[in-house]
Structures are given as structure tokens and as C-alpha cells.
Design a binder for this molecule. Structure first.
Ligand SMILES: Cc1cc2nc3c(=O)[nH]c(=O)nc-3n(C[C@H](O)[C@H](O)[C@H](O)COP(=O)(O)OP(=O)(O)OC[C@H]3O[C@@H](n4cnc5c(N)ncnc54)[C@H](O)[C@@H]3O)c2cc1C
Length: 380
């Protein structure tokens, strides 16, 4: 079916990104995931195609324009490599660049954005704490003003890219309780009082790193506050919208891959004297999967169109996030079923997708939190 939003520029962008993923990532991705890392030049090549530059001024190394569809195309096409850890490791820059571009001082932007965008250095977003990630307004890390510095104390956990990053966008409490006491800071890895350790033994996303970060009287210059004091919660929520759209697009890409893989298998595999795909029950599974994918894609396109029009549809982003990850859960499960025992073997993309479903349903705002937010946005 033709899509009214696929302009010539977007089609060309998708083609070049798709070719890059198919040639430079997909053939090696499963092994990289098993190895728990992947080559740094993938960061560089993805960046050279524009992955990190959306919404960033050209003078700081960005593209000088934004396009929600192109952002989504990147996430969807990266997902087609079948290894979610690659999108996660690359995406930690995307979810932290926005607050730097919007709120950092000119001096910081000039000093760090070109390095982040030219892929020499990495950055990440640190919101979740050991005491919880859903209740952002109740974060416990503190930032106390002392002369011309803020002194940070506390810790963060599950931070994607935390071990490979030089720069961190960190939420911390500057006053009282609740959302009006949360501020955002730009922290650098060499600042005194900062340390980190890697999280090990994860269910998936093996080739990306997640870290715990520790702030032990960590001294951060006052100019490193991102935005006004007490405005961090709103900045975090605005930033989440872009992360959630990327997760929706990533889930869409994973569903398309799972469907493609199980259709190919069902054509080859014979049971009871005919190919699996000729059995009505299997055909119905494929129809159900395909319909869910189409619905999620249409929803995503509508959201991207609204964002490009300058309207961030928070309720729809929240609904689409849980709706799409639920659809992914269904598609991954049905694809596994069609593969039978072969789907249970490591190295099969469908097996990996099945394992990686949950992180998308939890990270960037869990299903339950998304539902609550959607109904609140609906005015109830
Ligand atoms: C692989 C991975 C990578 C991650 N990367 C990052 C990152 O880069 N940066 C970052 O800041 N965080 C990151 N996270 C953290 C992620 O955002 C949090 O896990 C998520 O926000 C949920 O927080 P939590 O795990 O503390 O669960 P909790 O907040 O403790 O919630 C536990 C469960 O209870 C549910 N729940 C909570 N409150 C309610 C309620 N009021 N009503 C109903 N149900 C409720 C939640 O939905 C969840 O299912 C990552 C997580 C993972 C697993």
C-alpha cells in the first residue's frame, strides 16, 4: 500500500539507511551480540548518515533540520538487523542530545556537540534510579548548591551507554519534593566524585552496555545546569516523547522482521504433506500479525505527521507505545510458534526478538505508566 508521507527525500533516506544496515550490520550483528560489543566504526557510519543530527543546529555539527519520519525510519531500519542492542547503543546519543541542544550553554554546545555528532564521543541519559524509574518526580539523587558548583549525591541505574559515554544528562533534585524540585545537569565523566560500573547478565541487548552511575559529592559547575532550576521534570517528559516514538518505530521494524522470517520459514517447512504456509491456522496467524503491523505503522505515521506540524500528541504517543509493544509481544510469540523448535535456538532472529520484547514494553515509560498518562491526557 502506498503511503502519502513517503516523499522522495524520505524514500531516498530510507534506501540509504536500509542498505547500510543490510551491508554493514546485519551479516555480523548476531555474532556481535554474542560477543557483547560491536565495532566503534558502526557508531561513526550511522552518524555519517545523519542518525544523530536531527534537530541539531548545523553550526554544532547537526543536520540543521528535523523530520519525525526520518527519525522513525532510522529506528525502524536499524531494527531490521534483528539485534536490538545495536539500536540501543546508538540511540543513547539520540535521547541525550535533545536536552543538550535545547538547554546547554553556548560554550558547552560548541565544545561537546560536534564531538558527539561526529561520533568521537558518546552521551547518554540518566534518569532511572535504584529506587525506581517510573516515578520520575520522586527521584532521590540530590544537587546542592555550593558556591559556583552543584554537589551531586546519589545513583542511577540501567543507563544505556553509561560505560561508553563521556557525557551524561542527569536528573537530580535541587529542592523539596515532587516534580518542581527536579533539575537537569550536564555531567562529564572526569568530574570529581563520578564513577560507574557495568550491569551484567541481561536477558537481551547484550551488545549494548547498561551501567550504574554513582555521584559521591560530584562537583558540577553551575553553568552545567540544563535549563532553569526546577524545570527538569518537564524537560525530561518532553524528551521522553521522542524516545517513545523511536521505540514505537523500533518495535515496528522488529515486527516486520519477525513476520518476514516466519513467512520464509513457513514456505520452506513441510508438515502433513504441504508447506506450513498452506495450513489455514498458520495463514490466519500471518494475517493477524500483518494487520497489527499495518495498524501500528498507520498510527506511527499519524504521530510523525503531527510532530512535524509542531504538535506533540502526547496521548497518542503514550497509547501507541503500549499498543505497539503489545503488538510486538503478540507477533514475536506467534512467529516463535510458527518456527516450532527451530525458534528456540540461539542465533535465530525470532528467538532474539522474543527475548527483547519486554525491554521495549518497560524502558522509556512502561506499559502501565503509558496507560495512566494517556488517560490523564484525555482529561480524566
Ligand atoms: C535494558 C534497559 C535499558 C535502560 N536504559 C535506560 C537509560 O538509558 N536511561 C534511563 O534513565 N533508564 C533506562 N532504563 C530504565 C527504564 O526506563 C526503567 O526500567 C523503567 O522506567 C521502569 O522503571 P523501574 O524498572 O524502576 O520499574 P518501577 O518503576 O519500579 O516499576 C515496576 C513495575 O511496576 C509498574 N508500576 C509502577 N508504578 C505504577 C503505578 N502507579 N501503577 C501501576 N503500575 C505501576 C511499572 O509499570 C513496572 O511494571 C533502562 C531499562 C532497561 C531494562
Amino acid at each position: 500500500m502506498r503511503c502519502p508521507f513517503e516523499t522522495q527525500e524520505r524514500t531516498a533516506f530510507r534506501d540509504s539507511f536500509r542498505k547500510f544496515v543490510a551491508k554493514e550490520i546485519t551479516p555480523f550483528a548476531a555474532q556481535w551480540d554474542e560477543d557483547g560489543t560491536f565495532p566503534w566504526d558502526i557508531h561513526e557510519k550511522a552518524g555519517a548518515l545523519g542518525l544523530y543530527g536531527f534537530g541539531v543546529d548545523a553550526e554544532h555539527g547537526g543536520l540543521g533540520f528535523d523530520d519525525a519520519f526520518m527519525r522513525a525510519i532510522c529506528a525502524e531500519e536499524l531494527a531490521q538487523c534483528g539485534v536490538g542492542g545495536i539500536a540501543a547503543a546508538l540511540g543513547c546519543r539520540n535521547i541525550s542530545i535533545g536536552p543538550i541542544q535545547t538547554f546547554a550553554s553556548e560554550e558547552i554546545k560548541r565544545r561537546v556537540l560536534p564531538d558527539i555528532l561526529s561520533r568521537r564521543k558518546a552521551s547518554c541519559l540518566a534518569i532511572t534510579e535504584p529506587s525506581g524509574g517510573s516515578d520520575v518526580a520522586n527521584m532521590k539523587t540530590t544537587a546542592r548548591k555550593e558556591g559556583s558548583h552543584y554537589i551531586l549525591n546519589g545513583s542511577k541505574t540501567f543507563i544505556t551507554g553509561g560505560m561508553i559515554s563521556d557525557y551524561f544528562v542527569v536528573g537530580a533534585r535541587t529542592s523539596g519534593s515532587g516534580l518542581s524540585g527536579v533539575s537537569l545537569f550536564f555531567v562529564e565523566k572526569d568530574m570529581p566524585g563520578f564513577s560507574r560500573t557495568a550491569l551484567e547478565r541481561k536477558m537481551g541487548w547484550w551488545c549494548s552496555d547498561q551501567a550504574s552511575l554513582y555521584f559521591d559529592d560530584c562537583r558540577v559547575p553551575e553553568d552545567n545546569m540544563l535549563g532553569p532550576e526546577g524545570a527538569g521534570f518537564l524537560a525530561i517528559m518532553n524528551n521522553f516523547n521522542y524516545e517513545r516514538v523511536a521505540i514505537i518505530a523500533q518495535a515496528l521494524g522488529m515486527m516486520k522482521l519477525a513476520l518476514k522470517e516466519c513467512i520464509a520459514y513457513a514456505q520452506e517447512r513441510h508438515t502433513f504433506g504441504k508447506p506450513l504456509i498452506k495450513h489455514q491456522v498458520i495463514r490466519h496467524k500471518i494475517a493477524d500479525m500483518s494487520a497489527k503491523i499495518d495498524a501500528c505503522e498507520a498510527y506511527l505515521n499519524q504521530i510523525c505527521w503531527n510532530i512535524n506540524e509542531g504538535d506533540i500528541p502526547v496521548a497518542e504517543i503514550s497509547k501507541a507505545k503500549f499498543f505497539t509493544t503489545k503488538a510486538l509481544e503478540y507477533v514475536a510469540s506467534e512467529a516463535m510458534q510458527i518456527f516450532g523448535g527451530a525458534g528456540y535456538l540461539r542465533g535465530n532472529a525470532v528467538e532474539r526478538i522474543y527475548r527483547e520484547v519486554k525491554v521495549l514494553a518497560i524502558g522509556g515509560g512502561s506499559e502501565e505508566i503509558m496507560k495512566d498518562l494517556a488517560v490523564r491526557q484525555m482529561g480524566y
